[in-house]
Ligand binder design. Structure first.
Ligand code: TRP
Length: 382
């Protein structure tokens, strides 16, 4: 008998050592193949976003089909979102940075959902004031990745409910309680907010089709933990006369302390680089970060270190290596023992600090248009 899987991945819980190939099998998703990567590269005009090129985005649903339609002249839109439970960390920007890249290359619209309602329902310790405040703070950070104001709209759930609700009513009627109970594993004590919530996360997938009275396909870059919501969405799409959204899934970016997935709850503040961390805190966190290094310098020089389990290597790979060559250099140095962890950390820190400075400036600019990007009106009365 095969060993039972000792990991859990749902929108509300990620734990254990995740076997990503197995997870894809369990979820029944498709693999991002070299062929698909080559196709994306061609469509994008010759280069590929590092998160796709380096394999962080590794799984999909119907992306090839979406691209077929795109090539036949059928434009799509992008959709991703954030549940505002606290400050963003650097790796939360991954999906949005990928969306920004798609938007730049293919000139497609972007819809961002900020789910202040979801996080209020999911986290007993959060107040309404906090989820709304974090919602706006997170939104500034998200817009700062470089979205085009002319092509980017925001659903901030509690502020956009009038725009979302006419469609949410229809969506909710299609989702049986037994489905959400099975998909999310809700206990009888679960508040009913989250039971309804998956309807609201579905609405943006169909919203442009509804507004424009024609099929507008949707592509959702997101962490693979969000897939269960969109399985529900895909199951009901046709019954409502809308196209099923396509998905592009990332692996969970590992935390600085060597966990498989980052958690921002409880005492895990040192596990991630928050975008509002002052430089000294960033320094401390990276200096204390878990690596694949050896116990002594002598051993490391002799045996080399292991980038596969190293949280600092994950930083290089997912954002801070400016080229694939640079990443390969770090990896070679690490495995061979010529690059020691201290040195490697200092060099990634230089790039992290430069990124924080650029980001802070972009964030100030984003504040100027964030409010006006929030959709508040329904496109039609019913
Ligand atoms: N549920 C997501 C979270 O907890 C937020 C979200 C809303 C989202 N819509 C989305 C994430 C679409 C990815 C794609 O963070």
């Amino acid at each position: 008998m095969p060993a039972p899987d000792d990991f859990t991945v749902t929108p509300y819980e990620v734990k254990g050592r995740i076997d990503y190939a197995r997870l894809r099998e369990l979820f029944g998703t498709q693999e991002v193949t070299d062929e698909l990567r080559a196709r994306l590269r061609r469509l994008a005009g010759g280069d590929l976003h590092p998160l796709i090129a380096r394999g962080t985005y590794y799984s999909h649903r119907d992306l090839a089909h979406l691209l077929d339609r795109y090539e036949r002249g059928h434009p799509f839109f992008l959709y991703s979102g954030r549940g505002p439970s606290g400050p963003l960390h650097v790796s939360h920007l991954a999906a949005f940075d990928l969306c920004r890249w798609f938007q730049e290359r293919l000139h497609v619209p972007m819809y961002i959902q900020i789910t202040d309602d979801e996080k209020f329902w999911a986290r007993a310790g959060l107040s309404r004031e906090e989820t709304v405040r974090w919602g706006m703070e997170n939104l500034y950070d998200i817009l700062a990745v470089g979205f085009d104001p002319a092509r980017t709209r925001v659903f901030f759930d509690s502020k956009s409910i009038g725009a979302l609700y006419p469609l949410a009513i229809r969506v909710a009627r299609k989702i049986p309680y037994s489905t959400v109970k099975a998909v999310f594993g809700f206990e009888p004590s679960q508040n009913i907010g989250l039971v309804f919530y998956t309807a609201l996360q579905t609405v943006p997938c169909f919203w442009p089709s509804w507004a424009e009275d024609r099929e507008v396909p949707c592509l959702i870059p997101c962490g693979i933990d969000q897939d269960p919501h969109f399985r529900v969405t895909r199951d009901i799409a046709e019954g409502l006369g809308y196209p099923k959204p396509a998905l592009l899934h990332s692996q969970m970016i590992p935390g600085l302390l060597g966990d498989q997935a980052m958690s921002t709850t409880g005492s895990a503040a040192d596990n991630a680089l928050f975008l509002n961390d002052p430089p000294k805190v960033v320094d401390r966190k990276v200096k204390n970060a878990f690596t694949g290094g050896r116990a002594t310098v002598e051993e490391q020089r002799r045996l080399g270190a292991n980038p596969d389990i190293c949280s600092v290597f994950a930083l290089w790979k997912t954002r801070f290596a400016e080229s694939d060559q640079r990443l390969a250099e770090v990896e070679r140095g690490c495995r061979s023992g010529s690059l020691l962890c201290g040195e490697c950390k200092l060099s990634v820190l230089e790039r992290i600090h430069a990124f924080y400075a650029t980001h802070a400036a972009a964030r100030e600019k984003a504040k100027e248009w964030a409010e006006s990007a929030i959709v508040t009106a329904a496109p039609k009365p019913v």
